[in-house]
Design a protein around this ligand. Structure first.
Ligand code: NAP
Length: 267
């Protein structure tokens, strides 16, 4: 099966669900192949205007779909899957975007033969720049490839073992917020040294994009690129070392660990 021929049902058209739908449209998947459900359907009028079918009744977003994407909050999952259960058929592919629910926990709530994947994208899906981590069940490699190809249309994909899903959530999905907080702080510094906020934002965003591309395109370690801009006794190394004295790397690593431990403890 080709990804442009699959029929996709997205259950839960909130922040992430609607972003996934928008990303698929940008990737050239026909609107007529996508259906999105949520209870307050009027909030999806813009997607409807683009030709996406919108449903209030979840069963209509599930019946006949090849791939069903679950994008509700984790605490809504049990009730939702009890509702969907009679409408799911063996061979359908269920992609859970929900944090914290294992493949085994989800499998207990759906008919046998439904293929369950866990998929952890981030909000850059709408721009096709997501980092998406996927944990696959033990199934036909062609189906795993299909799911990988589907999310490749929304950015980069890495398949991981399911036990790394919590780490993937923190580094990839929460990571968007961590990176944006760095950007915000740099903008605030930029304003203090003389730029208006708009110009500071453009400078910081493009500089971060450039730094990212330097390591993505060359595969080099960040420190190799840092070495190129740190002259002995120079201004860059002085600023960097002061940031480290103030706990820059340590704060970031400790923040990641707090998020990870909180996710694992279920609080
Ligand atoms: N945001 C991220 O960066 C991110 C990244 C990776 C994974 N996730 C996961 O993605 C999931 C969704 O997150 P989100 O930020 O998109 O949350 P969200 O904005 O609250 O979206 C959830 C949507 O589900 C809908 N919904 C709730 N109950 C429903 C039901 N019974 N049937 C149909 N739709 C229902 C809600 O709309 P109505 O109230 O109108 O029904 C809501 O819009 C979460 O499990 C989260 O862990 C999020």
């Amino acid at each position: 099966m080709e990804i442009k021929q699959i029929n996709i049902g997205i259950i839960g058209g909130g922040n992430l669900g609607r972003s996934v739908a928008e990303g698929f449209l940008k990737a050239g998947i026909r609107a007529s192949r996508i259906v999105v459900s949520r209870r307050r359907v009027h909030l999806l009028d813009d997607l409807h205007a683009k030709g996406v079918r919108i449903e209030k009744d979840n069963s209509k977003a599930v019946i006949g779909q090849d791939v069903i994407i679950l994008a509700v909050k984790p605490y809504q999952a049990v009730d939702l899957l009890n509702e969907l259960n009679p409408h799911l058929k063996p061979g359908q592919i269920l992609l859970s975007l929900m944090t914290g629910l294992s493949i085994a926990e989800l499998a207990a709530l759906v008919p046998e033969g439904v293929l369950i994947f866990r998929v952890m994208p981030n909000t850059a899906v709408a721009l096709q720049e997501s980092m998406t981590l996927i944990a696959a069940p033990d199934c036909d490699p062609a189906i795993q490839k299909l799911v990988g190809d589907l999310f490749e249309t929304l950015g980069k994909v890495i398949f991981i073992n399911e036990e790394l899903m919590a780490a993937a959530t923190v580094l990839g999905a929460c990571g968007i917020a961590f990176a944006l907080r760095f950007i915000r702080a740099a903008i605030q510094g930029g304003v203090e040294i003389g730029f208006g906020a708009d110009v500071a934002q453009q400078i910081v965003a493009q500089t971060v994009k450039g730094a990212t591309e330097l390591i993505l395109q060359t595969g080099r370690h960040p420190e190799q690129e840092i070495d190129k801009v740190t002259t002995p006794k120079g201004i860059t190394i002085s600023g960097l070392n002061e940031m480290e004295h103030q706990g820059f790397s340590s704060a970031l690593i400790r923040g990641l660990l707090v998020s990870y431990n909180k996710l694992n403890s279920g609080k």
